[in-house]
Design a protein around this ligand. Structure first.
Ligand code: GLC
Ligand code: CA
Length: 557
């Protein structure tokens, strides 16, 4: 067992646009974050992962960066950023910045140069290709945000690749000059004192040579086999590690759509010197159909547990898991995997128990600690997310979609579910802004808000606080081996964590009805001392879990 800060830490993600607005323009900002640092300290988190705050035209809310060296005007100034960092460090909180280097904004100076002519020295910073003979794009890849992944640029008559929006051209990592420019920029921030990076879609940076067509019949194919975990990605990450990361004491996590366990072990095995953790997506596909995330398919505990279990075993001895059930790209976990009605509080706590007792580093997304829920806006005009809006338009215009069905999938999966403003109190605009928020507030803020949660000892907030504090006291929660029990139970996820003489049993009911619990020996007869749970100890039945009950017990003979 090799101890490390980043394994013992709990991370809290801030999506700055929706966290706290300090100046009434309706947009969250750095001074807003500064004003809430005491709140984060009270919760007890060790690290903040801050979604991008760099200069950006906000086609994709900061994930389209036009200047890596400056702060977005709407968010504040470099002086504000420095004050924020200092305020975090003073409270013992580290800062992980978002590093978005698969692509930039099309307004970045490199791209402005690059598109100006084929001879420009920056031409090779991006991926340019001539069209096919009949004028169609160079290949059939589709973009993550609907439509083709290529856009024709009239200046030199070639296409550029954009796996995301047309305003997010992909960088060419095969160009060593580009790589050096990225490493220099990373050093700039590390020298300013940041403690780590969350790397945006970092397993997409290496594309297969020749950019072959993807699979699929229609106009657009699936190009992902040609850019997910591509041919040189490990080489580039190892180089980044040698050139930059290894020279600082940093925490790293790579966001990796389509990463497999085998690949994740390679990315995170310490001996290979690449990254510390990855965000895998398999469990986020548990309720997606064959057509992808917008096609709704019911999830079952069987499917979810099989995936989580596989990852627990796969990274048990090499590599390390990151644990998350939601973030700024995903719907709210309590609405998706729990019950956001009658059992909202219990199910939010049950899911929190899962996140803090599996083996890995937990990531909390802002508002999760309040049990914030999904939202249903009445009309498409209220939605702001480019992924959602492009999908809506594409399905309505091109595919002649069923409006009601599309709205249902937006309600279930749209990224704006996570992006409604933090609900600080039951006052106007939930205390988020004194002006008009950039996106509507979830109407349930009168009931669900931080002011209420902080003063209520039974709130989801206080339960998170206890879980975070427990992790600090009991190494078994961090380093204990994981072992699955009851692999076929329809409603209960049960497992143990074991470190030397210490053994804990975790039992979680994923249903809104009582669930029968019978453990195999020796667990059934073992003495059980309750460590934490989401119901009172009185009324705890050995053979039943109450609706969404979570129970953590220390076992002894
Ligand atoms: C990542 C981000 C997402 C963004 C995309 C393109 O998936 O988390 O918000 O839209 O990359 O940068
Ligand atoms: Ca503001």
């Amino acid at each position: 067992m090799e101890r490390a800060f980043w394994k013992e830490a709990v991370v809290y993600q801030i999506y700055p646009r929706s966290f706290m607005d300090s100046n009434g323009d309706g947009i969250g900002d750095l001074r807003g974050i500064i004003s809430k640092l005491d709140y984060l300290q009270e919760l007890g988190v060790d690290v903040v992962w801050l979604s991008p705050v760099y200069q950006s035209p906000n086609d994709d809310n900061g994930y389209d960066i036009s200047d890596y060296y400056n702060i977005m005007n709407e968010f504040g100034t470099m002086a504000d950023w420095e004050e924020m960092l200092e305020g975090m460090h003073r409270r013992g909180i580290k800062l992980m910045m978002d590093l978005v280097v698969n692509h930039t904004s099309d307004e970045h100076a490199w791209f402005v140069e690059s598109r100006s002519s084929k001879e420009n020295p920056y031409r090779d910073y991006y991926i340019w290709r001539p069209g096919k003979e009949d004028g169609r794009p160079p290949n059939n890849w589709g973009s993550f945000f609907s439509g083709p992944a290529w856009k024709k640029d009239e200046a030199a008559g070639e296409y550029y690749l954009h796996l995301f929006s047309t305003k997010q051209p992909d960088l060419n990592w095969d160009n060593p000059k580009l790589r050096t420019s990225i490493y220099d920029m990373m050093k700039f921030w590390l020298d300013k004192g940041v403690d780590g990076f969350r790397m945006d879609v970092i397993n997409l940076i290496s594309k297969v040579e020749g950019l072959p067509d993807g699979t699929g019949e229609g106009e657009l194919g699936d190009g992902s086999p040609h850019y997910m975990n591509g041919p040189h990605v490990h080489e580039y990450l190892h180089e980044m590690n040698q050139e930059v990361l290894s020279k600082y004491d940093v925490m790293t996590v790579g966001e990796m759509p389509g990463v497999t366990i085998e690949e994740a072990v390679k990315y995170t095995d310490a001996a290979r010197e690449e990254l510390q953790m990855v965000f895998q997506f398999e469990h986020m596909h548990v309720d997606a159909g064959e057509q992808g995330k917008w096609e709704l398919a019911p999830w079952t505990l069987h499917k979810l547990r099989d995936i989580l279990h596989k990852w627990q075993m796969g990274l048990q001895h090499h590599g390390w898991n990151s644990l998350y059930l939601n973030n700024h790209d995903q719907p709210r976990m309590v609405s998706r995997f729990g019950n956001d009605g009658e059992y909202r509080v219990q199910s939010a706590k049950m899911l929190a128990t899962l996140l803090h007792t599996l083996k890995g580093t937990p990531y909390i997304y802002q508002g999760e600690e309040l049990g914030m829920t999904n939202v249903k806006f009445g009309s498409i005009e209220e939605y702001k997310d480019i992924e959602t809006l492009n999908m809506y338009k594409d399905r309505m215009d091109r595919l002649g979609g069923d409006q009601k069905e599309i709205m249902e999938s937006i309600y279930a999966k749209g990224r704006d579910n996570a992006r409604t403003p933090m609900q600080w109190n039951d006052g106007p605009q939930a205390g988020f802004t004194s002006g008009t928020p950039w996106i509507s507030i979830n109407p349930n803020y009168k009931e669900i808000n931080a002011a209420q949660a902080v003063q209520d000892p039974d709130s989801v907030f206080h339960y998170y606080k206890q879980l975070i504090a427990l992790r600090k006291q009991h190494l078994v929660m961090v380093y204990g081996d994981y072992e699955l029990l009851l692999p076929d139970h329809e409603f209960i996820y049960a497992y143990t964590r074991t470190l030397d003489q210490e053994q804990w049993l975790i039992t979680l009911n994923f249903s809104g009805a009582p669930a029968f619990l019978e453990l195999p020996e020796p667990y059934e007869s073992a003495h059980k001392e309750r460590v934490i749970g989401n119901y009172s100890e009185a009324g705890m039945e050995p053979h039943f879990l109450r609706p969404y009950e979570a129970r953590v017990c220390r076992l002894s003979k």
